[in-house]
Design a protein around this ligand. Sequence first.
Ligand code: FCB
Length: 459
Amino acid sequence: MSAFISFPDDFIWGAATSSYQIEGAWNEDGKGESIWDRYTHTPGNIIDGSTGDVACDHYHRWPQDVAMMKALGLQAYRFSIAWPRILPDGRGRVNPAGLDFYSRLVDGLLEANIKPVVTLYHWDLPQALQDTGGWPERSTAEAFAEYADVVSRRLGDRVKTWITHNEMWCASVLSYELGEHAPGWRDTAAAVRAAHHLLLSHGLAVPILRANSPDSEVGVTLNFEIMEPASASDADRQATRTIDGTYNRWFVSALYGRHYPADIVAHYEPHLPNGWDFVQPGDFDVIAAPIDFLGVNYYTRRIVRDEAAPDNLPQTHFPDLPKCDMHTGVWEPVYWEIYPDGLYQLLNRLHFEYQPGKIYVTENGTSFADGPDGSGHVPDARRRLYLRDHLSACRRAMDNGVPLAGYFAWSLMDNFEWAKGYQQRFGIVWVDYDTQQRTPKESALWYRDAIAHHGFALD
Ligand code: FCB
């Protein structure tokens, strides 16, 4: 008999999406333009030239999507709100139709007995705010606080789990320094400023959410990767430490009251012509507002090589891990390794170093293009095993005392994967983009059974 991996009865089993990736209806019912609308409408930015104009058409099909979630037995649904649906100009004028849409969705979820978990910012900044400088400007953080106020006044009676931001590294470094995401800048100083203002905006929003949404829990979601030096050379180890700092430590350190890590402050300094003038007295106290949980997004491990180092050692032999279809870098892909033990290591590390009161895995999943087999089934054994092995890693971390309270599969359904367009399929539900038909994949059916049994057999 195979081992059964069981989870506590109150462990939350969910799935996640984000507004721009699924909603479509990019200019309907008074919605303003977002930086992702502008970015995808500009030729050359997206690998297959696609846009989120229609995406999964969730804006019109949400009732069926909620019914599908219910059929899968999901207990929670993490989705994000499109800021420009609520405030088309970023600040000021509120669009009631935008608020109504999310209010209906929340009611629909609650009727289906699914807990709404709301992310306020999953990257679709109103273009109007980018036009006044975007996240590198402090005014954008103030605008975010106003937006959080408008949304939580309307939904705060029914939404009891709030996530201010999704993956601040992506919203700053990937967007303003590496140029891979909207608005596509390549400016390190702008990225560091953006990172600071994202953190600040989070801290400004926390007390607002608490005031407008009594008895709710408030947190933030960050992305983490396991970083390993490609060899034991000093150069590779230093490169690993630096990227671990910019990627893994920068945000969590500030959020948990430790300012920015000194080594990374020194690393960024030469790139900041005006120094740290954008950091104002008191900012770090605002940023470190106590939160109820840390949202953790985990996908893969990264092997770090300092390509420029003259004295580098030959690369260490790492056992060959399977890889998925997703890659880092748009034009020169490094495929993502499947490394479940990394999630175990990561959860332990975060628990040990920062002691979050509670953790949710707010995203975890994999991209394989497996499609329908002709008989109405979508066999995706590799994704089923990915979920099984990562959930097992979660369970092992919980056995070590990590306060993990829930898991959200990324993603509920195939969707618009940012710069990689529709070629990447992360869904546990297959989407036929011609007909918009949804078909739960084998992994979704496995997940449904795991939810029903509070666990699964390891066979
Ligand atoms: C994360 C994003 C999510 C999706 C997955 C694959 O970085 O939060 O929107 O793109 O990666």
